[in-house]
Design a protein around this ligand. Sequence first.
Ligand code: IDP
Ligand code: MG
Length: 140
Amino acid sequence: MKEKTLAIIKPDAVEKQVIGDIIQRYEKAGLHPLAIRMMRLSKSMAEGFYAVHRERPFFHDLTSYMSSGPVVVLVLEGDDAIKRHRDLMGATDPKKADPGTIRAAHGASIEANAVHGSDSPETAQFEIGYFFSTTDLVAR
Ligand code: IDP
Ligand code: MG
């Protein structure tokens, strides 16, 4: 089933200059970008985005890190896009991520792990709406 998911190329990956490599991986996997936006999150935008994690001990560090430099936010579309994107990303901790995944290739730590991906249809809907309006998504 065709689905949409939200991806973020996080500040560590932008700093490492692997935006192109990551987008190429999406394209090769048939995850088609419908919208791409480079931006710098404020601390409060990062806090709103990660609100589900607000009780976690790493919430302050995570939201500081996510607002520490530019990110690239994308809407990707494809068959089973949410799960396939998660598979392409690899485990949260890059040390545990399978070889060939984005996090194994580019993640620096469990926090600075190169990419974000929505984890369910409900999350994807919230996360896409957090950054984009319907008219920003280019049909293809
Ligand atoms: P996910 O990104 O693989 O879905 P989540 O558990 O949803 O992982 O956590 C959101 C983000 O919070 C992670 O991608 C990572 O940047 C950060 N994070 C998760 N667990 C830890 C931790 O134990 N220490 C520091 N940062 C963490
Ligand atoms: Mg998550």
